[in-house]
Ligand binder design. Structure first.
Ligand SMILES: [Fe+2]
Length: 196
């Protein structure tokens, strides 16, 4: 029997960017941070792309490619917010969350490590939960992606729930998170809107 995914929600794009990650870490290390959990810090600056224009340009290029060529939406994108998360060894958050008032979100890891990961959750949880014989895309409720490579970019719909996973390495984990919104005209007929 053939089965097909219909209305798949959890669409994740992963890409390795060709950038000077040491330079990026030097810039973001100098930010002022607030603690959100033990050993997890978030920058006070929510417009970090203003200091990392070349990273922003790379991300906008890849995000536009993802949204137009993979998801096939007729839309262009612009940044709405961008910030740094600094997670020390053992640092973690338990709460899953999604990002409000934006369209596409993402996270960029300048350094990869066997102990770094991010977990995504299915937005609708089933009430019956038989134990899967083998885990696959139809029966799993969460997916953990390891961040093994330097300069890894992950893109996902802003509505998708995710979590800052524990830092299982001995190194500081830096990530740059961002939200994107449409640019220009989107939609048609009575749902047409224009974003400057
Ligand atoms: Fe997030």
């Amino acid at each position: 029997m053939n089965i097909e995914p219909i209305f798949p929600q959890a669409i994740i794009g992963q890409e390795k960017l060709n950038l000077n990650n040491e330079e990026i870490i030097k810039i973001i290390s100098n930010e002022e941070f607030s603690s959100i959990e033990e050993n997890v810090y978030v920058s006070k600056n929510y417009q970090i792309f203003k200091k990392l224009n070349y990273l922003k340009e790379h991300i906008l290029l890849k995000s536009t490619e993802y949204i137009r060529e993979k998801l096939n939406y007729d839309v262009y994108l612009q940044e709405s917010s961008s910030w740094v998360v600094k997670t020390l060894p053992t640092g973690r958050t338990n709460a899953s969350h999604n990002h409000g008032n934006c369209f596409l979100s993402g996270v960029f890891y300048p350094k990869g490590n066997e102990g770094f990961s991010i977990t995504f959750f299915k937005n609708v949880f089933e009430t019956w939960r038989p134990k899967p014989l083998i885990n696959n895309l139809f029966n799993c409720e969460k997916i953990t992606l390891k961040i093994l490579e330097d300069n890894t970019l992950i893109l996902f719909p802003s509505s998708l729930y995710h979590r800052i996973d524990p830092n299982l390495s001995k190194d500081i984990r830096f990530s740059i998170a961002f939200n994107l919104i449409p640019k220009g005209e989107i939609g048609e007929n009575d749902s047409k809107i224009y974003y400057k």
